[in-house]
Design a protein around this ligand. Structure first.
Ligand SMILES: [Zn+2]
Length: 302
């Protein structure tokens, strides 16, 4: 294969990721609360169509529809036994859409529970579950892994360890979800940026960053600056990633609504890029139109 390996490619930047999967599924009539990941088995065409829309919009990589496909989140829908085939199918759908030119990142999300003593999870079981997910994603043909929307540092570190045990030479990207906490930013579990990156970077990840959360876009820009400072104090090498939401969610009729337009999203994403973030995509509320506007703006020569 002639193309640059993903590990090398993400160091070059800019590297554009896709936007929201969940938001696009809702647009296509999938019920909120359904098992989105089971669509990899029974509605592969819908998932494929969303990947293709993002690729047409100009992203460099698509992220598999496997965010909630670890055995714990699947158990809530009664699909524990199907974990391996849901992940493998998710990777295959994305691979087929992306072809050999574009890249596929295998998505690994949180378990939805906490490690002992706070929750019921045992470290070895959790590591095994994430490793099994990563292995099925690898079988389906991913180019690397992205661990996303993490809020607890211990779970994040276990997920990294598991993904790296499977990844071999493939890159592992890690992203936590931050909210505003006074003058600074913290995850829901109270983890600050410096605390997070000081534990994550020694595990030899290829990128560290943030996604989702409840920030406004100017707060994501401030978070980017804080992130770049914290990461560069420890490493010249590791890339920094950002997948902001389309602004702060507003609750309308009990539904989270994201109102930032593609143009405004692109303008703020450019500031995030200028702060030193080289891997940029979108999380909740973003659409192919957001990614298209952003990709154009970021790739535009200044
Ligand atoms: Zn999100």
């Amino acid at each position: 294969m002639s193309r640059t390996s993903l590990k090398e490619r993400i160091k070059q930047g800019p590297f554009i990721l896709d936007g929201a999967m969940g938001t696009q599924l809702i647009t296509r009539g999938i019920q909120v609360g359904a098992c989105n990941e089971y669509l990899n088995i029974d509605s592969a065409d819908i998932i494929s169509e969303i990947h293709r829309a993002y690729l047409l919009a100009g992203c460099d990589a698509v992220i598999t529809n496997t965010f909630g496909a670890n055995k714990y989140t699947l158990a809530r829908h009664g699909f524990t036994e199907d974990a391996a085939r849901i992940n493998k199918a998710g990777a295959q759908i994305a691979r087929q859409a992306a072809g050999e030119e574009k890249y596929v990142l295998g998505d690994i999300g949180p378990s939805g529970d906490f490690l002992e003593p706070l929750g019921a999870l045992n470290t070895d079981d959790l590591r095994d579950a994430f490793a099994a997910q990563a292995e099925a994603l690898l079988t389906g043909g991913v180019d690397g892994f992205i661990i996303e929307t993490m809020t607890a540092l211990d779970e994040t570190l276990v997920a990294i360890e598991a993904a790296k045990s499977i990844a071999g030479d493939l890159p592992v990207l890690v992203s936590m979800s931050f909210d505003k906490a006074g003058d600074s930013f913290k995850t829901m579990m109270g983890v600050g940026v410096e605390a997070a990156v000081s534990k994550i970077i020694p595990l030899n990840v290829d990128a560290v960053g943030f996604n989702c959360g409840t920030l406004s876009l100017d707060q994501y820009v401030a978070l980017s600056e804080e992130f770049v400072t914290a990461v560069r104090a420890l490493s010249d090498d590791v890339a920094i990633s950002a997948e902001p939401n389309a602004g702060k969610p507003e609750l309308i009729d009990d539904k989270a609504v994201y109102k930032v337009s593609p143009e405004n999203f692109a303008a703020e994403a450019k500031k995030i890029y200028s702060a030193g973030v080289r891997i940029i995509g979108g999380c909740c509320g973003t659409s192919p139109a957001h990614i298209e506007a952003m990709a154009k703006k970021i790739r535009m020569k200044q």
